[in-house]
Design a protein around this ligand. Structure first.
Ligand SMILES: Nc1ncnc2c1ncn2[C@@H]1O[C@H](COP(=O)(O)OP(=O)(O)OP(=O)(O)O)[C@@H](O)[C@H]1O
Length: 949
């Protein structure tokens, strides 16, 4: 059996083992599991494999993070995906420890789990809320922003339950809800209700009275429709939030204190509807999606959830006609879930009356029971059967599409979670890829085997479109064609996506930064494949009229990696041209097979064919080849010059021509290519071994690029890149590549400068690489480097276009615009802290920082604080100990000036981050030193693990 087949078998058995564990856990609580069934002995017997092999696979799955381990004799393994909570450790000393933890976690089972969409479109909102509530003291104030009926009040109530459950709120702490709209015409009444009043404060105030703030002390105050408060009321509220103390109305002497958690809600744009001072005091704004923005699966779950509620209320089984169900599913409810619920309730009242008069044992909801406004929309109802003959569905039949589990979403979440673990250095790159592939495999199984969910006409259309793209593109791009089954899987994936499109987009907007980093990581694994996917997706996007985001690019890339297409693509393809009917084909096929790689393509030259016909074939092949800048041609004609003359004109490709063709030479060349050698090295080596002659035709044009760089990470660098691209006056033949400052050194080594003609670097930190001009953001804002811009871009744009470009840049690069990139923190608020920090630093250091450094620091520090709050990512600083020893004073000073912001957000600034700040402030010298250190410690590290460069 060849290694590839045995590897496939191994993967299959491992997957079956994992599925067996999952199956044995299905529907059971941890405390009800018989752990004996999960040890290597029992599992190996069921799988009919040896115990040693089972043990090996189980441990591999454990190291991939998919299983948890319990005890030692025997060791048992459980599937992490089946544990309802994600708070489990990876290893437990014994079963008892696991049970204790399971009980604790069960107690803490999320109060949000009965919110429809809690693991879907509301997932991120809930995570943000939890983070805000967990802040020490009274948490951070939260503003829920979303249209009417979208679930803001329900979420606020759940937040209160959450705080109670987590003991963030004391026993006596209450949930006080105030609908501010009720006070919009009577602001005084609002103030007396909120703050309380003293006797005589107004006519009729006969005794002192406590306000809602007293009632809400130690509890949660939910202020709904906050936009309807008058500016005066908003101002007073803000003053209380700032200090935590207040006067009762009618007494300006005595202070009262109250520790209140605030949740606000509004349907209006908070930027316009709230007083700036109040808005600034609310650091977390959370978007609640409209019903339209939710995926169809969630809409269906909501319908079922509401009907289940009715079933409980009427204590009778409920059924719904298929057409009424479709109508509810398709209708656009302007007032969202609230309106959907109302309409169903109106319908149920009618159904109940009918059931009573017909003495029916079930409540049957027909279209005719629903409010007439809903039924009268002819456009929406065109495809619906309105007759009463439509089939009646009991509630357990209402989720035909994949049940409650949304597999697309599960995969999305698992992949994102893996990636975040990889970013936190909890997983290596290999383990991250292996784990994600295994999860993709489960999604693939679902797509492939669940015929009842697919096989739609829609799927057939997608399938034939994919088949066409496959034929046309794979050849052109030098990829092996997809098999029919692979096309089927991809077609079903896109069909599945159509159902999930809105969530995919909403989610992606929210996690755009992580997704962007994810894509970068995939590029580092296989840039060629990523660029192929980037080429294929727009075709599908147009063809299917489907919005596809960056996560879809990631998933399709992962699909290709999984199908084993383009995994380790040949960096230098080889064309073999030989006389005879199938000599070239034979050699190419054999060499590809032996090397397990698709490196060789053949052009056969039957004796009777004209030289010109053959060279035309080659020219045609070379002109179609994409995503590749180097190629080797092996010819047996004995005439290098002849063929060279024909291909001289081929653009953007370096071509090495070898004047000999044998199987052995092809294998040597292939092996050298797979080892990653350069074109020159491959040809030189071939010459040494087999004595052929070679020439290299250099035609390659390196594409022009601008790099954007920021020491705060790839996120801001990406934002800068987008702003640059958005400033172009026309489509440019220029690539803009974001790059993190701390990887620039590494990037240089990995050949970004070799691949691109980098004409300019834009950013916040001048790393002075290879003498390429650098323009700082501050220079752009001041327009002080327009000469350099003109010089570098003059050839690419007309004078007029250059003026437009510079104007766009200046407009796009306002500091506000850049800091807007923060996702959780309120930019206006954080900037005040940063201003204070920078002022203090300059005072303490007794010198003035240049504008350039200041702008960079504004960005860097804002991002740093957010980074510390949301992902606490580990930062590495070379020679940290030395830095600590040499710069104790600087470290102490920074800790002091950051004191206020650190306390406000309950974060601590790691010394490594202070090291980066030091570099930033003393840019020139320290950056160079740090770069030197990178080089020294890299070689030390290589030596210590036994490598030499
Ligand atoms: N995620 C959800 N899962 C189940 N039911 C929900 C969900 N979200 C909202 N609902 C239900 O929808 C109805 C409307 O929700 P809610 O009153 O919270 O909306 P709202 O945004 O506060 O509306 P308004 O702006 O009009 O005050 C409620 O009956 C609520 O129980």
């Amino acid at each position: 059996m060849d290694w590839k087949r045995s590897r496939t078998m191994e993967k299959k058995t491992k997957r079956q083992l994992y599925e067996l564990i999952e199956k044995q856990m299905n529907g059971k609580q941890v405390r009800d599991l018989n752990l004996d069934l999960f040890c290597a002995r029992s599992l190996s017997e069921k799988m009919e494999i040896s115990r040693n092999l089972a043990s090996q696979y189980l441990n591999e799955l454990f190291y991939q993070g998919l299983l948890i381990k319990i005890g030692a004799h025997p060791t048992c393994f459980l599937a992490r995906s089946k544990l309802l909570n994600d708070g489990y450790a990876s290893v437990y000393a014994n079963a008892e420890d696991l049970r204790i933890q399971a009980e604790q976690l069960q107690e803490k089972r999320s109060v949000f789990s009965d919110l429809i969409g809690s693991s879907g479109s509301l997932h991120y909102a809930i995570e943000q809320c939890k983070a805000a509530m967990n802040y020490p003291g009274s948490g951070l104030a939260v503003l829920l922003h979303g249209p009417t009926g979208s679930g803001k009040s329900l979420l606020a109530a759940k937040l209160y339950d959450y705080c109670r459950q987590q003991r963030l709120i004391a026993e006596k702490g209450q949930l006080i809800t105030v609908n501010c709209a009720e006070y919009s015409d009577n602001p005084d009444f609002f103030l007396t209700s909120l703050f309380g009043y003293t006797k005589g404060a107004y006519t009729g105030a006969e005794k002192d009275s406590e306000g809602l703030l007293t009632l809400a002390d130690q509890g949660l105050l939910f202020l709904d429709e906050i936009h309807s408060l008058t500016p005066e009321c908003q101002e007073k509220l803000f003053l209380f939030m700032d200090k935590g103390i207040y006067h009762r109305v009618g007494d300006n002497q005595k202070w009262y204190a109250s520790a209140v958690r605030f949740v606000f809600a509004t349907t209006e744009n908070p930027d316009q509807a709230l007083l700036k001072t109040l808005f600034r005091r609310i650091p977390i704004v959370i978007q609640i999606p409209s019903l339209k923005e939710r995926p169809l699966t969630e809409k269906r779950e909501l319908i079922r959830h509401i009907l289940e509620g009715e079933e409980k209320k009427f204590k009778m089984p409920v059924r719904i006609s298929e057409s009424a169900y479709r109508l509810l599913e398709q209708h656009e409810f302007r007032h969202n879930i609230g309106e959907l619920k109302n309409d169903i309730q109106v319908g149920m009242a009618g159904a109940y009356m009918k059931a009573i008069s017909n003495a029916s044992p079930t409540l049957d909801l027909h279209i005719s029971d629903l409010p007439s406004a809903l039924v009268r929309n002819p456009l929406q109802n065109s495809g619906l059967d309105q007759g009463s003959t439509s089939r009646l569905l009991p509630l357990n039949e209402l989720l035909p599409y994949g049940g409650r589990e949304n597999r697309y979403l599960l995969f999305y979440q698992a992949a994102m979670q893996n990636y975040e673990r990889f970013q936190k250095h909890e997983l290596t790159l290999d383990t991250f890829l292996a784990t994600t592939t295994l999860q993709l495999e489960q999604y693939v199984d679902f797509l492939f085997f669940n015929n009842e969910n697919f096989n739609s006409p829609q799927e057939e259309i997608v399938q034939s479109m994919l088949a066409n793209i496959n034929r046309l593109l794979c050849k052109k791009l030098g990829m092996p064609e997809l098999s029919n089954n692979e096309i089927k899987i991809l077609a079903r994936y896109f069909t599945d996506l159509m159902q999930n499109e809105p969530i995919s987009l909403v989610e992606q907007r929210r996690r755009s930064r992580t997704i962007q980093d994810f894509q970068e990581t995939l590029k580092s694994v296989n840039a060629k494949l990523v660029s192929i996917v980037e080429e294929i997706l727009p075709l599908l996007k147009t063809g299917l009229n489907l919005s596809l985001g960056s996560f879809e690019e990631i998933t399709v890339t992962l699909f290709f990696l999984y199908f084993n297409h383009g995994y380790q693509p040949a960096p230098i393809p080889v064309v073999i041209m030989a006389h005879g009917y199938s000599i070239a084909s034979g050699i190419a096929e054999l060499a590809n097979q032996l090397l397990h790689q698709n490196i060789f393509t053949a052009i056969d030259m039957p004796i009777e064919s004209h030289f010109e016909t053959i060279t035309n074939k080659l020219k045609q092949y070379l002109s179609e080849i994409r995503n590749c800048h180097e190629i080797i041609v092996m010819v047996d004609m004995g005439s290098l010059e002849g063929i060279q003359k024909y291909i001289d004109q081929t653009a953007d490709l370096d071509i090495g021509i070898i004047n000999n063709v044998t199987t052995k030479l092809a294998l040597d060349v292939g092996a050298m290519i797979m080892e990653g050698n350069s074109l020159e090295a491959v040809l030189e080596n071939a010459k040494q071994r087999s004595l052929p002659n070679y020439v290299i035709v250099k035609n390659r044009v390196r594409p022009k690029a601008i790099l954007t760089v920021c020491s705060s990470g790839i996120g801001i660098a990406g934002k800068i890149a987008a702003l640059v691209e958005n400033s172009f006056p026309k489509k440019m033949d220029l690539t803009v590549i974001p790059i993190a400052a701390d990887t620039l050194q590494h990037r240089q080594a990995s050949g970004i400068f070799d691949k691109y003609n980098v004409i300019l670097i834009l950013g916040t930190l001048n790393l002075k690489p290879q003498g390429i001009p650098f323009i700082s953001i501050e220079d752009i804002i001041n327009q002080s480097q327009s000469d350099q811009l003109q010089e570098k871009l003059g050839g690419l744009m007309s004078k007029q276009e250059l003026v437009v470009f510079t104007q766009n840049l200046v407009r796009n690069f306002s500091l506000d615009n850049l800091i807007d990139y923060l996702t959780i923190l309120n930019p206006e608020k954080i900037i005040v802290y940063v201003e204070e920090i920078l002022e203090q630093i300059q005072k303490q250091l007794e010198f003035t920082l240049s504008n350039n450094i200041l702008i960079g620091l504004y960005l860097h520090i804002s991002c740093l604080i957010e980074r510390l709050i949301i992902d606490k990512r580990f930062v590495y600083y070379l020679n940290l100990e030395q830095f600590e020893a040499e710069h104790g004073d600087f470290i102490a000073m920074i800790r002091k000036v950051f004191g206020r912001v650190c306390r406000a957000y309950n974060v601590e600034i790691p010394t490594a981050e202070i090291g980066y700040l030091y570099n930033y402030i003393y840019q020139g010298e320290s950056v160079e030193k740090q770069a030197e250190c990178v080089e020294t410690s890299k070689s030390e590290l290589m030596e210590s693990v036994g490598f030499t460069e």
